[in-house]
Design a protein around this ligand. Sequence first.
Ligand code: FAD
Ligand code: EPU
Length: 338
Amino acid sequence: MDIQRDVSLKGLNTFGIDAKASYFGEFHSVAELQNLISNPDFKSLEKLILGGGSNLLFTRDFEGIVLRNRILGKEILEQNEDFAYVRAGAGEIWHEFVLFCIENGFGGLENLSLIPGTVGAAPMQNIGAYGVEIKDSFAYLEAVNINDGKIQTFDKDACHFGYRESVFKKELKGQFIITCVVFRLSKKPAFNTSYGAIKTTLDEMGIKELGIKAISDAVCHIRRSKLPNPAEIGNAGSFFKNPEIPEIQYNILKEKFTEIPCYKTSPGMVKVPAGWLNEQCGWKGKVVGQTGVHKNQALVLVNYGNATGAEVKKLSEDIRHSVKEKFGIELETEVNII
Ligand code: FAD
Ligand code: EPU
């Protein structure tokens, strides 16, 4: 592996933050990664695994080694009449992998079209959109232990998936490098159009016959109209998670804020859209120096060009305080802050 010194990460994170990595390298295979892990020169360095950099906020230079995952490959492992098991290298671009599955007639990931980033990062926060999460089609993954280089397999139970959560963000944070993911996809897919906007968009697009390609097209259309394109304006998608609160707390809030939206998650619990809370606190479209809150989506913080990570973080803290003060709700960050 070619290791470089003092590398700018500006082009490698979708927020476009100009942070520097003391050391930087790319690995293309498990063997290359294991060699680096066992190399005494790098043993003591702090390590950060980088995919597409679309869920990261750098607030400082990284005084360790940034390792960019470039393990590629897509393979249909086995299939029968109903299901196909498909394996993807962790460095594959997520959306390209979704399109590969759609082209082969394998359903399950179409609602997750156009989410930025790599396959390997997808299980980290159990990516989700439009009524679907990857846990719904997940079979297992392989990961390399960052300390001893040994390969370990994690099935769905071992990943402890939750809403934007997994064991890799919690108990095993920083301990494993995901090298490939295997999905169990359906050849007789049940279409998920529960998210109202999908149905409306399919109608607007004049699509008569429902299929995984049509759903993917509709999702891409909605996403392009709602979310800022990181190639044009720096961002990392939703900055916060949608908070889950007890229904009793929600009912009390509703007496004062009659328009407050929610959706039921489990008995006695509801989720409140953080975008609505932020908007009510006056943040939507707000510009603060080089950073701000997107004009169409109050859950997305943006970099207008030269913001520092610290400025974006400060803005996020101000938003959290205002939401806590007005609604008594604690927002949790979704983006990984470095
Ligand atoms: P990175 O940002 O590179 O890394 C994210 C974290 O995972 C870091 O902690 C990193 O160290 C770790 N990591 C990365 N790869 C590996 C690996 N192979 N092994 C171990 N650790 C690893 N997310 C959603 O869930 N739903 C959405 O709808 C959605 N929409 C988005 C829209 C926009 C415009 C943007 C910019 C982001 C959006 N996201 C969404 C967030 C983001 O796309 C996902 O979290 C994505 O999975 C991140 O992938 P990445 O490769 O860019 O990860
Ligand atoms: N809303 C507002 N104002 C806003 C934005 C949203 O009032 O500025 C309210 C509206 O009531 C709207 C509701 O929030 O109906 C939901 O908004 P939207 O459909 O845009 O979804 P979201 O809850 O803001 C979540 C995910 C997205 C995912 C979409 C679609 C989280 C944290 N975010 O956003 O994921 O793409 O649903 O399923 O769960 C990401 O994780 O980075 C991400 C973009």
